[in-house]
Write a protein that binds this ligand. Structure first.
Ligand code: ASP
Length: 319
């Protein structure tokens, strides 16, 4: 049994492994690990404490996939909840839909009995106000209290299309406006699962969705081949279906290492500077795992049932 995660998933690895040593499946493991990270207010990229969009709203995206059945569930742009991954799991298990966003996802959360909890922390709200004031020192912050005013502000301040080039520059390596948590696991039956949860692109355009909630892009799991997931600016991963590509390359007979590098070369071929922010982790059905990152000094974390504590592995550039 093995669990791996993006570096910020370290705090959830033990819970994920515990879920499997208690008899749970790979799906139980990836959900359990993700929930720990979603609950951590210190992580500005996931769940509680996640940074808001330009309107000051934290909207969460998540996806989960069961590699045994190829069932999946994904939610996007969910307000007033912390555990988007659990909502995605409810959707996966109760279907018939696979992907539900916005008001519908919030309604679904109420129907399945998830209690509401505002993920916007004071610290994240203060960071958002600071961000606006940095860029627009003359802003009357009192105006920001009303959502309608905020919507007008998006136009007034040209944070719409006119501001997009600046947003792209901010999203490069070293960016603090991005982040996601990835979990991949393989259980004692050899089945794999994937989970991804994020608050998306901080200060992003209202309604923006990245790769994280899109199955096949930000994550994918198929027990016949393995599982893969990514972090970083979703706008490039969305165009290359990176996670599913990795599994297809595995299916053609490539080794895990070559499959991940090939999918990352596909990203590089986009010739888009946002690629510099992408990191990918992957697991094959033999339990081998790798991680590659275009951003420097990146690591992922993992734990097997034979280990008493998590270990870190380097994520070199794929070349
Ligand atoms: N992948 C996420 C998104 O594009 C955010 C990130 O990992 O930077 O929304």
């Amino acid at each position: 049994m093995i669990v791996l995660a993006s570096r910020n998933g370290r705090i959830g690895l033990q819970a994920a492994m515990q879920a499997m040593t208690n008899g749970g499946s790979a799906v139980d493991a990836v959900e359990a690990g993700t929930r720990v990270v979603e609950r951590n207010p210190e992580d500005p990229t996931v769940g509680l404490g996640g940074l808001p969009n330009i309107l000051g709203e934290v909207r969460l995206d998540a996806a989960i996939m069961d590699g045994r059945s190829l069932r999946g569930g994904a939610v996007g742009s969910v307000r007033r909840h912390v555990h988007a991954i659990t909502l995605a799991r409810h959707l996966m298990e109760r279907g018939p839909h696979v992907f539900v966003v916005g008001d519908g996802a919030e309604r679904l959360a109420a129907e399945v009995g998830l209690s509401e909890e505002e993920p916007l922390t004071e610290r994240a709200a203060a960071a958002w106000r600071r961000r606006l004031l940095e860029r627009f020192p003359d802003l009357d912050l009192d105006r920001l209290a009303q959502r309608d005013d905020l919507l007008r502000l998006v136009d007034d301040l040209q944070l719409s299309m006119a501001g997009w080039e600046e947003m792209k520059r901010e999203a490069g390596p070293g960016s603090t406006t991005h982040g996601t948590v990835n979990f991949l696991a393989q259980d004692g039956d050899g089945n794999v699962a994937s989970a991804v949860s994020t608050s998306g692109w901080a200060w992003g355009y209202p309604g923006r969705l990245g790769d994280s909630p899109v199955l096949g892009c930000g994550s994918y799991a198929d027990s016949r081949w393995g599982a893969a997931a990514s972090t970083g600016t979703g706008e490039v991963v969305l165009r290359m279906s990176t996670a599913r590509s990795i599994l297809l390359y595995l299916k053609t007979g490539m080794k895990l290492d070559a499959a991940v590098r090939e999918a990352m070369a596909d990203l590089r071929a986009l010739d888009d500077p946002l690629v510099e922010h992408i990191a990918v982790i992957a697991l094959d059905r033999g339990g081998e795992h790798v991680g590659y990152a275009y951003r420097p000094d990146e690591r992922y974390v993992y734990m097997t049932d034979a280990m008493s504590r998590p270990a870190e592995a380097q994520m070199p550039a794929p070349g």
